[in-house]
Design a protein around this ligand. Structure first.
Ligand SMILES: NC(=O)c1ccc[n+]([C@@H]2O[C@H](COP(=O)([O-])OP(=O)(O)OC[C@H]3O[C@@H](n4cnc5c(N)ncnc54)[C@H](O)[C@@H]3O)[C@@H](O)[C@H]2O)c1
Ligand SMILES: [Zn+2]
Length: 353
């Protein structure tokens, strides 16, 4: 197998992400290189094209795995403890030498990763992301979680995958709306770390996904490796655009998809960066133009209350103790955590959204 791989390495984990066109057929081989055991549970949702799942199953079988398939309903609601119990129940004939292979977007990735983390106190997890968001963001970093009624991702553990296989061909069937969700995180990565990628996104139409996805995985991998358990603050840079974004998500009752909320959150973060980090106005305008070009929203829909968003932001758990820690960008390609941002700044930025 000769696809260039990206190593994701930390104090107590090391795994590879492979990104290429047509990689699915190599799933069995790639998996064999990193895990032992001979049973594999494929977890997927019913929107994932069956031929893609078949190809994963066939390849695993050819590499000597006994394969079982577990289907979950598509959508965020599948990230629940009820679903964890059901999936684990279906795996009752498996033992701790088995592996879990998640084939799908972030929902399948988070759920299957959590199952892999807790089944027999932890078995290997292989991530096969099939959405742009999962390829550039959720499959990397080892965070797994399910939701409670009271909030998203409240029950989870760190459990790094043993392997990530991103076959860019899977994106061919992804609806435009879902592609957009991934773009929001890509623009975020560009603003916090990679001015060159920002320029490329401005000028080029994406015809080859492979280099773009690799670059994004590298960015997330670098940040995550520096701060695997979200402690030193490095990983907090990935929250750029997310403070206001999460507030919009909650106030809209999750009707506005995550990437769209992040896009709006990025606009707000740029507005605040003008004032608190010296971001040039021209660069703020370039960010807005790029988001528009990618079909991402840059203005709040009129029917949503700015007041409620501002209230939701002030209640954010990251602001407990009165100190606001907010990720700002002084110029495209750089970001840092500022303690100078005030709740009033946030209200102001939300008011002009
Ligand atoms: N663990 C992390 O670090 C992390 C990071 C970011 C987001 N997340 C989580 O990721 C989730 C969102 O992930 P997502 O945006 O991938 O959503 P998703 O998994 O719900 O996928 C979006 C939609 O696309 C469908 N789909 C997936 N692949 C397809 C394909 N190739 N062709 C056609 N349809 C396809 C899915 O069935 C679903 O309907 C959220 O639950 C979020 O909390 C986790
Ligand atoms: Zn996000």
């Amino acid at each position: 197998v000769n696809s260039a791989k990206i190593e994701i390495r930390g104090a107590n984990f090391c795994y590879a992400a492979h990104v290429d066109c047509g990689l699915i057929g190599q799933t069995g081989q790639l998996t064999r290189e990193v895990v032992r055991g001979n049973r594999a549970a494929i977890v997927t949702d019913s929107n994932i094209p069956p031929p893609l799942v078949d190809a994963v199953a066939t390849s695993l079988a050819a590499a000597g795995f006994h394969v079982m398939r577990i289907l979950v309903p598509p959508g965020e609601n599948s990230k629940s403890l009820r679903e964890v119990e059901r999936v684990c129940g279906e795996m009752s004939t498996l033992d701790r030498t088995s592996i879990v292979v998640g084939v799908g977007g972030g929902v399948v990735g988070d759920l299957s990763g959590f199952v892999a983390a807790v089944f027999h106190r932890g078995i290997p997890h292989v991530q096969i992301p099939t959405t742009l968001l999962a390829m550039v963001d959720s499959s990397i970093g080892g965070k797994t979680a399910v939701n409670l009624i009271s909030g998203k991702n409240l029950v989870g553990v760190f459990h790094h995958p043993s392997l990530v296989i991103a076959d860019v061909e899977a994106l061919k069937t992804l609806p435009a709306r879902e592609l957009r969700q991934g773009y929001a995180e890509i623009v975020k990565h560009a603003i916090i770390r990679d001015a060159g990628m920002f320029r490329e996104l401005q000028s080029a139409n994406i015809t080859d996904w492979t280099p773009l996805i690799r670059r994004n995985i590298e960015i997330k991998a670098t940040i995550v490796s520096a701060d695997a358990r979200d402690i030193s603050g490095e990983r907090a840079l990935l929250n750029f655009g997310h403070t206001v974004g999460h507030a919009i998500e909650r106030v809209s009752d999750f009707r506005i998809p995550h990437g769209d909320c992040v896009s709006l959150g990025i606009v707000a973060a740029c507005e605040i960066s003008l004032k608190r980090a010296g971001l040039p106005t021209s660069q703020r305008d370039e960010v807005i133009a790029l988001l528009r070009r990618l079909d991402l929203p840059t203005r709040l829909p009129p029917n949503i209350s700015r007041e409620k968003i501002a209230d939701a932001v002030s209640r954010d758990k990251k602001f407990e103790g009165g100190e606001v820690r907010f990720v700002v960008t002084p110029r495209i390609g750089q970001a840092y955590i500022s303690r100078e941002v005030t709740i009033a700044d946030l209200r102001e930025a939300i008011a002009v959204l």
